[in-house]
Design a protein around this ligand. Structure first.
Ligand code: CO
Ligand code: CO
Length: 305
């Protein structure tokens, strides 16, 4: 066992031989959007993401579904079809699965991938001097919760769905190509929670420039309406004492950095010498990337204005 419960990361990693290891992970959740096809696609992209976040390549998946018996068959069919199409886009085969009846729908995948052990990407791999790179914008949680409260407009939902359904495949492949060592994906603990996990595992501190952070265009609007999911406050309680904010960063903006993300982007450390080539290559493969700060010695996270 290379990565397990002792040093938890995005997925478990089991050594096969001198060069290769298996990456194993699972995730599932209740609907985040109304459209069943989109929900299935988002959940599949999210489940696959943890393999990319380990520098791995997924190849096999199993469905996990809990569906209400009174759900119209075409709705449950659309959830599974959304998951299947996203999985196919990733080049991954769904080989089976299991479903049960439950009051509230739940859907996700078990995913198995390969990783070259030398190419493994872990939370402990950041080095002082690395640039911090993020590959999707923030603001998914505050927007999907606005939807649940019937306060979100359709165009805003479209925007976050287009990001949440996006695979982290190209971003993971870039990390492998540039031999990056430190990476994770941004999900339930938000940017600062997952960032802090990396800071602690790597024994360094993160310095984030607020002005360089990417947000979906409606994020500030919903932040001002304070439609944050409960998890945002939990994250703040749990991680807040290790984060120092510049005075000029308001309450709503701080909360956006604790906002839980569904199917968020990768957070990667890229050394200064690799950065220009990395950014150029990201442009070539049309992978969105934002340099949001840097890794320094010390501990915790500082967010500068
Ligand atoms: Co993860
Ligand atoms: Co600083």
């Amino acid at each position: 066992m290379l990565v397990g419960l002792e040093n938890p990361d995005d997925a478990a990693v089991w050594r096969l031989d001198d060069e290769r290891a298996l990456v194993v992970t699972t995730d599932f959740f209740t609907p985040v959007v109304d459209d069943p096809f989109d929900y299935g696609a988002i959940s599949a992209a999210n489940s696959l993401s943890d393999v990319y976040a380990m520098g791995g390549k997924p190849f096999l998946a199993l469905n996990i579904a809990a569906l209400p018996p009174d759900l119209p068959p075409d709705v449950s069919g659309e959830i599974l079809r959304g998951g299947a199409e996203k999985t196919r886009e990733a080049g991954v085969v769904i080989a089976g699965g299991h479903s049960i009846q439950d009051k509230e729908p739940k859907y996700g995948l078990v995913v198995i991938g390969f990783v070259q052990t030398k190419k493994m990407l872990t939370k402990a791999g950041l080095k002082a001097g690395d640039a911090l790179v993020l590959t999707k914008p923030l603001g998914f949680g505050v927007t999907t919760t606005a939807l649940k409260q019937e306060k979100a407009s359709e165009i805003d939902i479209k925007e976050v769905v287009s990001w949440m359904t996006r695979l982290n495949k190209a971003a993971g492949e870039l990390a492998i190509e540039f031999d990056l060592k430190g990476g994770t994906d941004i999900t339930g603990f938000g940017l600062l929670g997952h960032g802090l996990e990396m800071a602690q595992a790597s024994g360094i501190s993160l310095h984030i420039d607020f002005s360089k952070l990417p947000f979906v265009s409606c994020a500030q609007k919903y932040a001002e309406m304070f439609t944050f999911p409960g998890g945002a406050s939990d994250n703040r309680l749990f991680f807040g004492s290790d984060v120092i904010f510049d005075k000029g960063i308001g309450e709503d903006s701080q909360m956006l950095l604790f906002d839980p993300q569904t199917s968020g982007g990768l957070l990667l450390g890229v050394s200064a010498e690799k950065l220009p080539g990395f950014l150029a290559r990201a442009g070539e493969v049309e992978q969105s990337v934002w340099v949001i700060g840097e890794v320094m010695s010390g501990d915790g996270i500082e967010v500068h204005i």
